[in-house]
Design a binder for this molecule. Sequence first.
Ligand SMILES: *Cc1c(COP(=O)(O)O)cnc(C)c1O
Length: 402
Amino acid sequence: MSTTGGSGTWVEGDCGQSTQLVHAGVNPDPTTGAILTPIVQATTFVQESIDLYLSKGYSYSRTANPTVRALENKIAEIEHAAGATCFSTGMAATVTVMTAFMRAGDHCVITNCSYGGTNRVARKMFMGLGMEFSFVDFTDLAEIEGAIKPNTKLIFSETPANPTLTLTDLQGVSAIAKKHNIVHCCDTTFATPIITLALDHGVDIAMHSTTKYYDGHNMTVGGVIACKTAEHDAEIKFFQNMHGNVMSPMVAFLTLQATKTMKLRVLQQSQTAQKVAEFLEAHEKVEICRYPGLESFPKAQKAIADKQHKNNVHGGMLWFEVKGGTDAGRRLMDSVQRPWSLCENLGATESIITCPSVMTHANMEKEDRLKVGITDGFVRVSCGIEDTEDLIRALKVALDNL
Ligand SMILES: *Cc1c(COP(=O)(O)O)cnc(C)c1O
C-alpha cells in the first residue's frame, strides 16, 4: 500500500486483488501528476552522460519502455511473480518460452489439448529445428511422468484448455517438474488470475494471451510471461530483447486500463456462463454441454476445479454440440443472432461463438483435433457482459429453429 500519501509511490504490500488490479505498478506521473501512466511513445531515451548511462532505467524501447514496464510491474504483482514480460502477442510469449528453455536435441512434454497455435508452432517450427515434443494427456499424471526423458527441459501445460476446458492438476504436474528439475510453464489464459494464480500452485512460469481476459474488450493483441524467480524473468527478458517481439506502448496503455476491471468482468462472465450452460444442457436439441460448474462435468476434473478455482467461479468459456452433428452445429453457428458474434477471440465484453475446427484450431492436424474431441460441430462459447437473458433468448431462437 502507498506509504507516502495519495501522491506517493505504490509499494507492493498486503492488499486485496481488486486493489492490486487498479493500483499495482502505477504511480502518478512525477512531472505532471497525471493519474494514469502516460503513453511514452519514444524510440530512445536521452542519457545524462556516458557514466550515467541507464541511470533512469531506459535506453531503447525494444529493451524496455516505461508504459510497457508499468503493465509488467502490475502483472507481476497480480500474478505473485518476481517479474513479468509483455509481448506483441500470446504466441510471441509461447515461442519465447520454448526458445529460452530448449535447444536442438532437447525435449518438451506438452499437453495434447491446447490452443491450436501452440500445437502448430511445436510441430511446424520447433520440431523442424530439431527439438522433440511428446503430446500427452495431461489429465493423467503418470503419463506425464512416464514421458519424461533425460533431455526433457520443459513441461508445457494449459488449464482450462482451449477449447475443451480440460483441467490440469497444476500442483500434481509441478511436483513432477520439481522432482525431475524441469521448468513447468502453464498457459493460464482461460483461467485468468481471478480464478487460478498458477504460480501459487507450484508453476514456474505463467503465460497469458493478454488479447483475451486482460484486455477483455476486443481492442488489442498481446501476451505476457510471469516468472516465479528473478533468474527466469531475466532469461525471458534477455531472449525478448534479442527477438524484439515487444508490446507497443499504446497496447500497454490500453491493457493497463482494461486490467482494472478484470475481476468485475470475469465474475460476471462466469455467472453468465453458468446460466447459459444450464440452459444449454437442458435444451432438447443439445447433445452435450461442458462447463466446470455443471454437475455433469467429469468427476475427477470437477475435483480439480474445486481445488484450483478461486472465488467459486469457473470462467466465461463453455462448449456444446447439438444433436445432428456437424451440419446442425454449423447451421446453429451461422444462424445465431445478436448479442452473439460469430468470430475468433474470447474473453471480451462482447459474447462470441466460435467454430474451432474452422477457426482457432483449423491449424491442428485433424487427427490431433479429433483425438481430444474437437469435432467439426463443436461450438465454443465465450460469454461477455451483456444481460444473460438476452444471450439465452438468442440461443433459444437459434436452437428451436434447427
Ligand atoms: C489466443 C490464445 C493464445 C495465443 O494468443 P495470441 O494473442 O492470439 O497470439 C494462446 N493460448 C491460449 C489459451 C489462447 O486462447
